[in-house]
Ligand binder design. Structure first.
Ligand SMILES: N[C@@H](CCC(=O)N[C@@H](CS)C(=O)NCC(=O)O)C(=O)O
Length: 280
């Protein structure tokens, strides 16, 4: 693991690393914020999953999470959104919503994607293992959150791995990728045309079937989000949670769009939500 940036920030350190991912078969970069409390001992850790077109840098520069993370003593890891580099295939037309920057946090099964696009295993196993070895984080207190495609990633990973991720929240998540154009495009190519295989990557489907539900799910959604009706469809998550009796706090935020200005506005409340869930 090679450190490629290190800046003091609110008494902690905002750092960036390059490392080898065997799972993705390429080199990857990720960001980590270490709060001041990490100098004294292991701190709880949150994983932030970004949306389409992002790298590990968008969140670090635009979400404004460091001040309150430093106050609460939370580390935050922000991975990239897809495998990258020489030999990693991209969308043939260079579209923004598939291929590079659009890994959708799935393990692809279809050629040519399956050799590198294994973001689910990267996020749930390989990256947390390497982070736990290299940094003073307490992996028994670990949460996950994200935006849009990353909100989908956070919800599905938390629902499938409740022992690993004990708290979950999302900003403008794609809640049902089996029922929207972004998801249908990505899942049909990464996983093939059999829609049965897509269900393992749809939070609304998972909520109906998983054994252990999260104690609470916090979701913020801008009411003026340009992707709200066609892609995000939070009403499907509300209905799935209602049917299963899952505890969802969906907050529709009037006037807010899909951008990091929206995310930054409510970031503090998400960090406090996770700190409370992970406190013991
Ligand atoms: N580029 C796309 C929009 C993609 C988009 O909105 N990406 C969101 C995540 S889904 C984002 O966070 N973009 C990067 C940024 O704002 O820093 C378009 O033209 O429609």
């Amino acid at each position: 693991m090679e450190k490629i940036a290190d800046n003091r920030c609110f008494g902690g350190q905002q750092q960036r690393y390059r490392h080898r991912s065997e799972v993705l078969d390429c080199d990857m970069t990720f960001a980590i914020f270490l709060p001041p409390q990490a100098e004294q001992g292991p701190v709880p850790v949150l994983y932030w999953l970004s949306g389409l077109t992002c790298t590990d840098e968008n969140f670090v520069q635009k979400a404004g999470a460091q001040r309150v993370a430093a106050e609460l003593g939370l580390a935050i890891v922000a991975p990239d959104t897809s495998p990258r580099g020489e030999g990693v295939p991209d969308d043939p037309e260079g579209a923004y919503d598939f291929g590079l920057g659009a890994g959708f946090y799935v393990n692809a099964t279809e050629s040519p994607w399956s050799s590198h696009y294994r973001m689910e295993d990267y996020i749930r196993h390989e990256l947390p293992t390497q982070v736990a070895e290299a940094f003073p984080v307490d992996s028994t207190r670990c949460g996950i959150f994200g935006h849009s495609m990353g909100g989908h990633g956070a919800l599905t990973l938390a629902l499938k791995n409740p022992a690993t991720f004990q708290s979950v929240s999302a900003f403008a998540p794609i809640v049902a990728p089996t029922q929207c154009p972004w998801g249908e495009k990505a899942l049909s190519r990464y996983l093939g045309e059999n829609r049965e295989h897509w269900r393992a990557y749809d939070s609304c489907e998972l909520i109906k079937t998983v054994d252990d539900l999260p104690a609470a799910i916090l979701v913020d959604q801008g009411q003026d989000d340009q992707f709200l009706e066609a892609q995000l469809k939070p009403e499907l998550l509300v209905e799935a949670c209602r049917q299963r009796g899952a505890k969802l706090d969906l907050r529709m935020q009037p006037g807010y769009d899909h951008s990091y200005f929206f995310i930054a506005t409510f970031m503090d409340e998400h960090l406090r939500f996770h700190a409370k869930q992970l406190a013991r």
